[in-house]
Design a binder for this molecule. Structure first.
Ligand code: UD1
Ligand code: CA
Length: 451
């Protein structure tokens, strides 16, 4: 049977106190709404439709991979679903309705909602929960036989109904044909003057169709993010879920609560993560590498057997056996080849450091191509920028650069050359020569006047 997911993401989220729409706020580098969409995809949904509204210019690009529909005015959850009526008119099967601000929902639960509805041929299955404090949630009203009758919102509930502890999580699976017909019968005669999606439950019952409840296996899954505090709570849950999965797959963490790993990061077995490590974006780490403490790696590829200590790396590549830090900064396009080293207080941008080459201390390397077996002495700087343009530096294999050298680009240092310490190199240096670009030391006699 065909299955679609409908993600509601039109709300403003005023309690976030933000200029950004709520669903655009990120957890571990991924916006809230994308956690929900990705869970729906992982649950095998054939199609995902997203309802946008508030902050549409910001939300729409985030959900570009889905069918996007707009809810023009926020008139309630039934109205939000109705915005997708045309987009889903073709659907003969199940539609799972998800909240774009509930990032903890799992693919297993989404699939379970659809399975149950289809097996029972129910009009609707609602995911329910029993939170510690049910205040504010819709309550599940059942008949004497224990069958679901309807859902009543907090603001419309009698004292007796408000005492019910079983709550609506806001996740549902509907028979699509039934849902879009039933929406026509929903009105706004309630305490909030809104069109409630929850009214569809009673409409299903009245039509003689089965309506069912599925209790959430874990109330945490239904946590909605309405405030920055809940954003932090949800972050902690996802951090733990991801870390547990990596540890189960053979990754060591000294202190998992001090490690933050994005959902798309790949880590090989026998990697060791020390405290205060953030691995974000599409970062990947090869076998036996040790990362940390104090590292932030974004969209960076690290090979096997690397040591990365106190390093910030963005869009960089570190090949097998290379070492980095403490206190290295690898900027976009930095590439350390096999067994290369970027040491302490070293910044590298858009440059290749060849196999086994070393930049051990206090250097800036930008727009450079460095061969194999090269050693750049402490304080070597590529002067790549003349105030208008960036220029390249090319350093051949086995070059030795003495400390505190300025390489004024564009410049090429030939293979096997040596550069004397303290040089300012403004012209190319031929292979296997000694390049010196500094004033000769002189001694001036009688400098100190006689008494
Ligand atoms: C809703 C349920 C309630 C349930 C709770 C769970 C209704 C009437 N009530 O209440 O039973 O316990 O969720 O969290 O559905 N949205 C739109 N357009 C709108 C209104 C809402 O897109 O016009 C979106 C919101 O951005 C949000 C979701 O729908 O993602 C839920 O809306 P919200 O107003 O937060 O519903 P609740 O009042 O919390
Ligand atoms: Ca509301």
């Amino acid at each position: 049977m065909e299955r679609a997911a409908l993600v509601l993401a039109a709300g403003a989220g005023t309690r976030m106190k933000s200029k950004k729409p709520k669903v655009a706020h990120e957890i571990l580098g991924k916006p809230l709404v994308n956690w929900v969409i990705d869970a729906a995809r992982a649950a095998g949904m054939d199609e995902v439709v997203t309802v946008v509204g508030h902050g549409r210019q910001i939300v729409e690009p985030l959900v570009a991979g889905t069918t996007v529909v707009e809810q023009k005015e926020r008139k309630g959850t039934a109205d939000a679903v109705a915005a997708a009526a045309e987009a889903l008119a073709h659907l003969d099967g199940s539609v799972v309705v998800l909240s774009g601000d509930c990032p903890l929902i799992t693919p297993a639960t989404i699939a379970a909602l659809a399975e149950l509805r289809e097996t029972a041929d129910a009009a609707a299955v609602v995911l329910t929960m029993k939170p510690d404090n049910p205040f504010g949630y819709g309550r599940i009203v059942r008949d004497e036989a224990g069958q679901v009758l309807r859902i009543v919102e907090q603001k419309d509930a009698t004292a007796e109904e408000a005492a019910i502890t079983e709550c609506n999580s806001g996740f549902y699976c509907f028979d699509a044909k039934f849902l879009f017909e039933a929406l026509g019968q929903v009105d706004s005669n309630n305490a909030q003057g809104e069109f409630y999606l929850t009214d569809v439950i009673a409409i299903g019952r009245a039509a003689g169709r089965a309506v069912m409840a599925l209790e959430s296996p874990d109330a945490q899954e239904c946590l909605g993010v309405n405030s920055r505090i809940q954003l932090a709570e949800a972050t902690a849950v996802l951090q733990q879920r991801i870390n547990n999965a990596h540890m189960a797959a053979g990754v060591t963490m000294w202190a998992p609560d001090q490690v933050w790993i994005g959902p798309d990061v790949k880590i090989a077995p026998d990697v060791e993560l020390l405290p205060q490590v953030m691995l974000l974006g599409t970062t990947s780490i090869g076998e036996d590498s040790v990362i940390g403490p104090n590292c932030r790696l974004t969209d960076t590829v690290v090979g096997a057997g690397c040591t990365i200590d106190e390093t910030v790396a963005i869009e960089a590549q570190v090949d097998d056996g290379a070492t980095c830090g403490p206190r290295a900064y690898l900027r976009p396009g930095a590439h350390l080849c096999e067994k290369a080293k970027a040491g302490t207080h070293v910044e590298i941008k858009k440059s290749t450091v060849g196999k086994g080459s070393k930049v051990p201390h206090l250097s800036y390397v930008g727009d450079a191509t460095i061969g194999e077996g090269v050693n750049l002495g402490a304080g070597t700087i590529t002067c790549n920028y003349d105030g208008k343009h960036k220029h390249p530096t090319v350093i051949g294999d086995d070059v030795f650069v003495g400390s505190s050298t300025m390489l004024v680009a564009p410049v090429t240092i030939g293979e096997g050359a040596t550069i004397g310490a303290g040089s300012v190199i403004t012209k190319d240096v031929s292979p296997h020569t000694l390049g010196l670009g500094r004033a000769r030391q002189v001694e001036i006699e009688g400098w100190k006047p006689k008494a």
